[in-house]
Design a protein around this ligand. Sequence first.
Ligand SMILES: Nc1ncnc2c1ncn2[C@@H]1O[C@H](COP(=O)(O)OP(=O)(O)OP(=O)(O)O)[C@@H](O)[C@H]1O
Length: 294
Amino acid sequence: MAILELNNVSKSFGAGSSRIDVLTDINLSVREGEFLAIVGFSGSGKTTLINLINGLIFPDAGEVLLKGEPIAGPGPDRGVIFQNYSLLPWLSVYSNVKLAVDQVFPKMSSSEKEAHVLSYIEMVNLTPAKDKKPSELSGGMRQRVSVARALAMNPEILLMDEPLSALDALTRGSLQEEIIKIWSRDRKTAILITNDVDEGILMADRIIPMTPGPKATLGPEFKVPFERPRDVTNINKDAQYKRLRNDILEYLIEVGATRRQVSDQKYILPDLKPTMPGRVIFGRKKKKDKVKYF
Ligand SMILES: Nc1ncnc2c1ncn2[C@@H]1O[C@H](COP(=O)(O)OP(=O)(O)OP(=O)(O)O)[C@@H](O)[C@H]1O
C-alpha cells in the first residue's frame, strides 16, 4: 500500500523574469516500509521535494498525499534528518533529543520520557556523550544526534536530506551501516536524498534518479536486488552491482547531456564577425602588430 503519493506535482519559486521552475510533473508512489533513494544533481530540486513531503512548502500544481490525505504542514508522522544537523547549540545531546520527544509525546511521564530518550541515544552509540553540547562533538557524532532525534519521534516516514554528504568517507560508511541497522529493526518507510549512487545502492530497495533542473522531474526506477543485510565489500565485487551502478550513472549522464544541449539552445549567440586588422596575440603585444578596434 502507498503511504505517500505525489501526483503531477510542480513547484516554482519567484515571479516574472526571476521565476524558477524547479520541479515539474513529479509522480511518485512510496510503499509502506520501503527504503527509497532519490539520486540527483546538485541544485536539481531534491531539497524542494523533501520540503514538499515535509509540508514546509506546497505544490503549485498537483497533490502530495500522506495516507490518501493532502499534506497540510509538518507533522510528527514525518521525521527529517538534514545535512547540516540542525541541533540547538546551547542544549546537550540529551536535551536536543528530549525537546523533540516533549513535542511529540506531551503526555508521556517524565521517567518514561527519560528512558525513551536514553534508549535512542544508546541506539546511535552516544551514551558516553549524552551531556555534551553540539560544539564538543564531531560531525559524525552530531549527525548521530540528528538520527536519534528523528527516530525518537517515532515517525511513520523518515526523510533524509543528504544526511551524510558533509562527512568523511569513513564516518559516512559507519553511519550508513548504523542507519540501515536501525531501519531494519522496525522497517519504517524511509526516503533518502543523496547525490551518491553507491550510497543509494547500499541502503535502498529502490533508486529513482532526478533529472537536472530547471523543471527537474523523476526518471525511471531502478530496483536494488541485493538481500539484506548487505555487505559493502561483497556487493562491490558483484557483477550485478556494477551493472546497476553503470545503468544509473549512464542514465544520469545522458539526461545531464540532453539538458545541457537544451539549455545551450536557449542562448543563441549573435553571429558577430569582428573587424580586426593585423594579428592579435593574447598576453603579449608585438610592436609590429597594429591592432585597431572600430
Ligand atoms: N525558497 C526558495 N526561493 C527561491 N528559490 C529557491 C527556493 N528554494 C529553492 N530554490 C531554488 O530551487 C533550485 C533547487 O534548489 P534545491 O535546494 O531544492 O536543490 P537541491 O537539489 O537540494 O540542491 P543541492 O544538491 O545543492 O542541495 C535552486 O535553483 C534554488 O536556488
